[in-house]
Design a protein around this ligand. Structure first.
Ligand SMILES: [Zn+2]
Length: 196
């Protein structure tokens, strides 16, 4: 496993687009029904060093099965950057908190990032899609239990019992593992067929 310059650029590029997407997606909530007053993330102290480290670790652990540094790093970074959906709290508007912590955001992020970067990079798709799972896993594990999982269709904050954190992490590892296995197999079959 080694890290080349193109991997670094890839990780930075994906992280930047993903971060803007999470922040942008939360703006949608200002036009949804059931909106509420959002807490200011700075006063509230929503991202401590402990939380950043925790989210990063949870993301990295799930992405290790790819055996590729660029995806392992992305697993960590994206699981942290999804919290840019808290930035909307700085605007003093009404909305729904933690819009990025939802299935819709996961789908939107996978589609947008695969279109922007590589349409056939299924490992990237798996890492982006599961970043929501590893993130929520650590949130449940540490302090928070409720998320608008089905927003913008059902804008209720769904609560999870604390022990569910394991489930979220295991599902993330399983998805990344299966996708990586299939892609690696396909690549090795293509390599073994001589091209003329
Ligand atoms: Zn969170």
């Amino acid at each position: 496993m080694k890290l080349e310059k193109k991997d670094v650029l890839f990780v930075i590029g994906v992280s930047a687009v993903y971060c803007s997407l999470a922040a942008g997606f939360s703006l949608v909530s200002t036009i949804l029904p059931d909106k509420m007053v959002l807490t200011n993330p700075i006063e509230y102290g929503s991202l401590s060093l402990k939380e950043i480290t925790g989210h990063f670790a949870w993301g990295v652990v799930a992405a290790i099965v790819t055996l590729r540094v660029r995806y392992i790093l992305l697993g960590g970074f994206l699981a942290v950057l999804i919290d840019s959906d808290h930035l909307i709290g700085l605007l003093h508007v009404e909305g729904i908190p933690r819009m990025g912590h939802s299935i819709t955001f996961a789908i939107v992020a996978v589609v947008v990032l695969m279109l922007v970067f590589h349409k056939n990079d299924y490992r990237l798709g798996a890492i982006v899609g599961t970043s929501i799972l590893t993130h929520v896993s650590y949130d449940i594990f540490s302090t928070e239990y409720g998320f608008p999982i089905f927003t913008p269709f059902v804008n209720k904050i769904i609560q999870f019992p604390r022990e569910d954190w394991v489930l979220f992490e295991i599902v993330a590892i399983a998805i990344i593992g299966i996708v990586s296995f299939v892609v690696t197999r396909k690549e090795s079959i293509e390599k073994s067929v001589p091209t003329q």
